[in-house]
Write a protein that binds this ligand. Structure first.
Ligand code: AMP
Length: 329
């Protein structure tokens, strides 16, 4: 079937890079796929989708995925990451790093040992790395770019249902279920290609967003304790003690942040979660339409216009964060 013209048109800007990526994949028998720490749907879905695609189309290659597993998505949605001892990294391998703007956020430092490195990402290009770099900040998800690339490869390649399942979860995750302003006709065209492999869209959603009854208690806590500033900045704080009481890990503190999306009078919203291990407070920021990544960068973070992450060294810095966000509105 002919490729949707919108997919072809999008691919034109990276066609030279795509050719080089395909030739690198063909050249290396050992390939490792990396992505950012504290992974989300896009990080894991893109990583596993690409690994699955390579294995499906080049069965003789050894393909590994590295990084931390997710506290709840593994193994419900994503298979466990691979392990490998130091000797594996001594032989030449191709390292493909997805969904990661800066090298300090790559989940496994052994990406550096890759003989040839490729970056594919949709975060602002704050650090240029890799022999090949494919970055498009207008893409809703890193997966959207990767799937465009696979569809534009010249050759007799296919996307399996398993790979499509991973890629689709990545797009759904980073596009806020196709609700963010980053969603374009191209995003839908790519999703259409993935759905055409026969995946069940409802199964993807059910696996992604499955909750436990205890999770409702966390939601109830957040709804009972959030604050909204006079500029419409909503936030909630989960300190270590309350995380213990609610039986959640630090990584899960941000799970309720989008309760505040689409509420009249709320312009942006954040979760603030104490991280005892790292002696800091992790902030997830989301915004209706005004970009908040500039403020995230002021607080040791970064990310996208409408979804960013940041870090506070002390809760005493919270009023300043809320004030800086308030200045945007
Ligand atoms: P989170 O709130 O952790 O879900 O992050 C929202 C988005 O911001 C994701 O796309 C992250 O990859 C990105 N992000 C989070 N923290 C950082 C950071 N320190 N630097 C750059 N991007 C980040």
């Amino acid at each position: 079937m002919a490729l949707d013209p919108v997919i072809k048109e999008y691919g034109k800007k990276f066609i030279k890079e795509y050719r080089r990526v395909l030739s690198a994949i063909k050249r290396y028998d050992r390939i490792a796929i990396f992505r950012h720490t504290m992974p989300d749907f896009d990080a894991l879905g893109t990583q596993l989708g690409l690994a699955t695609w390579i294995k499906d189309n080049f069965p003789n290659k050894e393909v590994k995925v590295f990084g931390d597993n997710h506290v709840t998505f593994t193994p419900r949605l994503y298979r466990e990451m691979d392990s490998a001892n130091q000797t594996w990294f001594k032989e030449p391998f191709l390292a493909i790093i997805c969904d990661t703007g800066n090298t300090s956020r790559i989940a496994d430092p052994r990406w550096k040992k890759g003989k040839f490195k490729i970056k594919i990402d949709h975060h602002p290009d704050v650090e240029h790395y890799g022999k090949i770099s494919i970055v498009d900040t207008s893409a809703a998800a890193a997966s959207e770019i990767v799937v465009n690339m696979l569809l534009n490869f010249k050759g007799n390649y296919f996307i399996s249902k398993e790979a499509a399942f991973y890629f689709h979860s990545a797009i759904v995750g980073d596009s806020g279920s196709f609700k963010y302003s980053s969603v374009s006709r191209h995003t839908f065209a790519i999703a259409g290609e993935l759905v055409s492999t026969g995946i069940s869209v409802s199964e993807v959603y059910q696996k992604m967003f499955l909750k436990q009854i205890d999770d409702l208690k966390v939601t109830a806590y957040v709804l009972n304790h959030f604050e909204v500033s006079d500029k419409g900045v909503a936030y909630y704080v989960l300190d270590a003690k309350i995380q213990e009481e609610l039986k959640i890990t630090t990584e899960r503190g941000k799970e309720n942040v989008n309760l505040f999306a689409n509420i009249e009078g709320i312009n942006c919203w954040c979760s603030v979660t104490e991280d005892v291990k790292d002696h800091c407070w992790r902030v997830s920021l989301r915004s209706k339409d005004i970009p908040i990544n500039g403020v995230a960068e002021m607080f040791e973070g970064g990310g996208h216009a409408q979804a960013s992450g940041a870090k506070l060294n002390s809760l005493n810095d919270l009023p300043r964060l809320i004030e800086e966000l308030g200045k945007l509105f």
